[in-house]
Design a protein around this ligand. Structure first.
Ligand SMILES: Cc1cc2nc3c(=O)[nH]c(=O)nc-3n(C[C@H](O)[C@H](O)[C@H](O)COP(=O)(O)O)c2cc1C
Length: 363
């Protein structure tokens, strides 16, 4: 019988989860970053505690559970959290990571940094070079393309939801890709060429200089380029052909039925290659950084498009598995994060069909 009337003798830590891993049953405290291999008798005891059964004070396993903060004799603090447990695990599980538990002196920090860089360089050198297939060489970009002023550009950036289907010039297309995703710097300003660098610099910052994000470019209407899906090659400033299925009717369901993408001239899926992040960062805290990288790149692309007087649309909403199949990246090492669409159209946040519907329903 479950006793609900008296105060509980023991409380179970709410920041735990269980999983089967490597032939054992593991209890994971995701707030404290602790993992324990546990046996059947301990699971049984935890179930008894969860059900509020009375436990003999001299139970041989109680001491261990109390000492390891799996249970407590006082209630755990209630935390305010508006989403599911899974998001909380990620939120707390990537904070206060063990490698930062101890404060370090400047010398220790530099030693760690060098050791870390060495380990990263070794892991990175083991990666296999990407496979090459048919490529389309993009035109060389101008050093100072004609654009709106910086202030005009940032003030004009806008999410539009009505595109005309008009083509863009290859020159503008090439400029936007190069100054957003291209390796447009020679060397690393401020660091001598004799230093072996494993990081990368672009016009946007990237956590640890990893630049894990690849640009999968879907071309609908660019002068001189066959519609299709391509991967942007940042080193050669070229497009690698993937397939030719690039029509709005295919893309709309992938993008969660957002019909207003119709009429875009092109779009870029920002896809993180997680293997690049794993080479450098061993803790999942770095999962946060890939979204931040995507934010920087997407803003840069939108600003470039705006500065060349084109309209932009951005979306983080799509049918993940279907999209990955379309991009031909059905393994778990790649993560599509955002889509930025660019084209000619009207500066309107509402597609005319949406505006009409709102009017009809009197909103
Ligand atoms: C990460 C992110 C995801 C977004 N996802 C969508 C989306 O799925 N569909 C959409 O129509 N707009 C999307 N937007 C655009 C926002 O709705 C838009 O930025 C916001 O309404 C403000 O308008 P503005 O961009 O014109 O300033 C997204 C924006 C960001 C930054």
């Amino acid at each position: 019988m479950i006793n609900t009337s008296r105060t509980k003798p023991y409380y179970i830590n709410p920041d735990l989860f269980f999983l089967f891993e490597k032939n054992s049953f593991c209890l994971w405290n995701y707030r404290d970053h602790e993992q324990f291999e546990i046996q059947k008798d301990l699971i049984e005891l935890l179930i008894e505690i969860a059900r509020d059964k009375s436990i003999p004070k001299d139970h041989p396993l109680l001491k261990d559970l109390l000492e390891n903060n799996i249970i407590s004799t006082t209630p755990y603090q209630d935390t305010q959290w508006g989403w599911d447990k899974l998001s909380h695990m990620f939120h707390k599980g990537t904070q206060n990571i063990p490698e930062l538990f101890q404060k370090r002196t400047k010398e220790e920090m530099i030693t760690d940094f060098i050791g870390f860089s060495k380990g990263y360089a070794e892991r990175k050198s083991k990666g296999s070079p990407p496979k090459k297939s048919a490529t389309f060489q993009l035109s060389k970009v101008e050093k100072n393309p004609q654009t709106l002023s910086f202030v005009e550009t940032v003030k004009k950036r806008f999410t539009s939801r009505y595109f005309s289907g008009k083509s863009l010039s290859e020159k503008d297309f090439s400029t936007m890709l190069y100054y957003t995703f291209g390796n447009c710097h020679s060397g690393w300003e401020g660091i001598s060429e004799s230093v072996h660098l494993v990081g990368n610099r672009k016009t946007s910052p990237s956590a640890g200089g990893v630049h894990s994000i690849q640009a999968f470019v879907v071309v609908f209407a660019i002068e001189g380029i066959k519609p299709g899906l391509y991967l942007y090659d940042a080193i050669d400033h070229a497009l690698t052909f993937i397939h030719s299925k690039a029509d709005y009717q295919t893309l709309i369901p992938l993008m969660a039925d957002q019909f207003y993408l119709e009429g875009l001239a092109f779009g870029v899926f920002l896809v993180s290659d997680l293997t690049k992040v794993w080479e450098k960062y061993l803790h999942s805290r770095a999962y946060r950084e890939i979204f931040l990288d995507a934010g920087h790149l997407s803003q840069m692309l939108q600003l470039w498009a705006t500065s060349l007087s084109h309209e932009t649309w951005i979306s983080g909403y799509f049918r993940d598995d279907d999209l990955m199949e379309y991009l031909q990246i059905q393994d778990e090492t790649k993560a599509p994060l955002l889509f930025v669409g660019i084209g000619k159209g009207e500066r309107t946040p509402l597609h005319p069909d949406m505006a009409a519907a709102l009017k009809k329903y009197g909103r």
